[in-house]
Design a binder for this molecule. Structure first.
Ligand code: NAD
Length: 370
């Protein structure tokens, strides 16, 4: 592996390039003030790549993504490309990257920043201090299982089929990610399925339990049915540290958990894969929000989810925990000082632009990292 940290930056469409611009300030700060050396290339994806090259992601971009330590992704899509066929949609860029890089574990933190505790629809006393991580299996399960399709029956009516499939290896590798993560947090994993009504749930529970006994006895493991987990997330979300679950349940539960925090513009995510031949673990980091065409070009998007995605990248791809925490603390301090982009605006706060928010984070980094 090169001594430098190799990154591929893919800003995408809509607000993607606007919020990514603020990450460049943070990268610049890391290089100037912490002596970190990044080797960075950037490229077009999504609608921008369709316009320039006639494809949402070129094979060269995919090859570049495979050759770097980590990919920082913005967001893709917008009304301009909505009418294109499924194979030409901007979203194909992200699906292609997940497939080609073998990114099987999606990490979605749900963290409530204290200054934003009132932004949630839940009571402050329920969500204050919330810090949970959902690990969702993201390349298997019912979204990919065969057989699938819609068929016409003899009586002229139709029947639609999707199949939930999981192998031991698929379950074990995502569970290992969750246990490893828990070791760096509060050492608690809750494994979520529906073993009461699904065979895949039964196997999931057996494999997670066996792995736990074999390799992770120092981590507390509990099991929960997915429907109960949905209730518990709303009733008492702070009972969880790390949740590991299937693709389908993770899709639903991670969206539910993100909304506990009340702010789409604040939420980062990571998708990680296995080790390749050279010992490198592929990983892609992106905010959970989309390209927000309704506010693109206005300079009012919240850049914090993109900046926090970069913090996740430092933590999980380069084990730079101190630097990641520094960025997270800088974001909290900026919010505590009363600066807000329009999406998280509150009473007695000052509404600022994307750029001013980015600059404020760097000013806080200057103070905290001094
Ligand atoms: P969205 O997340 O783009 O926007 C939803 C709402 O949240 C909008 O009102 C938007 O203005 C607001 N919002 C989102 N991010 C914000 C930010 N950082 N700051 C302030 N406000 C923010 O979801 P959508 O409207 O359903 O989708 C828009 C486009 O994005 C579609 O083409 C969709 O396919 C695409 N999309 C892409 C990704 C991705 O690239 N991974 C993810 C989701 C949606």
């Amino acid at each position: 592996m090169s001594a430098n940290k190799q990154l591929l930056v893919l800003p995408g469409d809509g607000i993607g390039p606007e919020v990514m611009h603020e990450v460049w300030r943070v990268i610049d700060w890391m290089e100037r003030r912490r002596g970190v050396r990044f080797e960075i290339s950037d490229d077009l994806v999504g609608g921008a790549a369709i316009d320039a090259r006639g494809t949402p992601i070129s094979p060269e971009t995919v090859e570049k993504a495979k050759s770097v330590d980590a990919v920082l992704f913005g967001s893709v899509g917008g009304p301009k490309w909505d009418k294109l066929g499924f194979d030409m949609r901007p979203e194909i860029a992200i699906l292609t990257l997940r497939r080609e890089l073998g990114l099987f574990a999606n990490l979605r933190p749900a963290v409530v920043f204290d200054p934003l505790v009132e932004a949630s629809t839940l009571k402050a006393e329920v969500i204050r201090g919330l810090d949970l991580m959902i690990v969702r299996e993201s390349t298997g399960g019912i979204y990919f299982g065969e057989p699938r399709g819609i068929e016409t029956l003899a009586n002229g009516k139709q029947r639609a089929i999707n199949t939930e499939v999981y192998t031991t290896d698929e379950i074990e590798r995502v569970a290992r990610v969750a246990f490893d993560l828990a070791r760096k947090r509060q050492r608690r994993v809750c494994s979520v399925e529906k073993a009461n009504v699904m065979e895949t749930g039964l196997l999931w529970r057996q494999v997670v339990t066996a792995l736990h006994q074999r390799e992770f006895a120092d981590v507390e493991l509990t099991h929960m049915y997915a429907d109960n987990c949905a209730m518990q997330l709303v009733r008492n979300p702070r009972q969880f540290d790390v949740i590991v679950t299937t693709n389908l349940f993770g899709d639903l539960l991670s969206d539910l958990a993100s909304m506990l925090t009340g702010s789409l513009g604040m939420l980062p995510s990571a998708t990680i894969g296995g080790l390749d031949g050279s010992g490198r673990r592929h990983a892609l980091y992106e905010p959970i929000h989309g390209s927000a065409p309704d506010i693109a070009g206005k300079g009012i998007a919240n850049p914090l989810a993109q900046i926090l995605s970069f913090a996740m990248l430092l933590r999980y791809s380069f084990a730079m925990d101190d630097e990641a925490r520094l960025i997270e603390n800088a974001c909290t301090t900026v919010l505590a000082s009363g600066l807000r982009t329009a999406d998280i605006m509150a009473k007695h706060c000052a509404k600022v632009s994307t750029q001013v928010m980015g600059e404020a984070v760097v000013r806080e980094l200057d103070k905290l990292g001094a």
